[in-house]
Ligand binder design. Sequence first.
Ligand SMILES: [Zn+2]
Length: 347
Amino acid sequence: MSSKFFRLLILAAGLLCLLTAEGFAAPIHKLNYFQTSTFDRDGQDVLRIEIGMNKEDLDYKVTVKPYLTRCLILDLKSTRPGKLKDDIPLKSDLAKRVRIQELEVNHTQVSIYLNIEATEDAYKVYTLPADRKEKKPYRLVVEIAKPVVSGMEKLEALKGHAVVLDAGHGGSDSGAIGPHGVKEKDVTLAVTKKVQDILKNSGSRVIMTRETDRDVYGINATDRQELQARVNVGLYAPETELFLSIHCNAFSNPAAHGMETYHYDGSYRGQRLATLLNEELEEAGGLFNRGVKTANFYVIKHSAVPASLIELGFITNYKEEALLDDDEYQTKLAFAIAKALNRYFQE
Ligand SMILES: [Zn+2]
């Protein structure tokens, strides 16, 4: 064997050793990409969070702690936070923020703080290969969605119907304010959005006068302009079949309490709607029933379709203010409203 060949052999062996050593050392993933987006899955809003990195084959684990049920914890092995910020606020109904920290060397933890319970059917985590066309690296993807409503009979009659939901007040108009500062505009929006979710799940088309904390006409509008703007939402969607305005009651005496529903005098279908809402709200909410009443409220008077305005309870009453502010109680009321609409369309 020539010495030249021998030297070459040693060189090759050395090179192979180097390569193998490199191959055995755990490759460090460095986070280098962050993006959020929303999309619609069968009428459900889904939030997608994409966390990209420089290498494939990420070893990760997802946990939800029993004492922190609204937080998704992702442990990423052999990973460093790279250039991502350690605290990223999110503009979403489903999640508040993402925190990224290196717990120990090469072990990065991503915590996603949700606005909903992190139950198993509320999230999905998976990885995606790099997408050159979209200029996206290899990514860890987290999808978050409110779980499809379960635990109740299907609201079959809602399918294919179109309704307008009006969350009372909003923006510059907070509506009534409770003794502990709970604002009517926040309660009405929370309940209305829950009703929207349930109706959409059941196959209804839902037109909202507002989906955020805002004035519908604009700030500095007259009451009439503001209320007409809400009625117009229904008028401009000619396929709508009913208009429902959701409010909380208020009175100077904090002892005033209970729930009531309204319709415009002379509207037979409006009366039927208000009656069904009254029955279901009484059963679910358990408040004193002040009855089904007629009124000349602007939105139910000027609606082109059968309409009802409901007062869920008195925000000026200590006990009812606390109930109206409670997420679980709001869900109960939302189901009651959806059930009433289902019965309405059944007839
Ligand atoms: Zn109101």
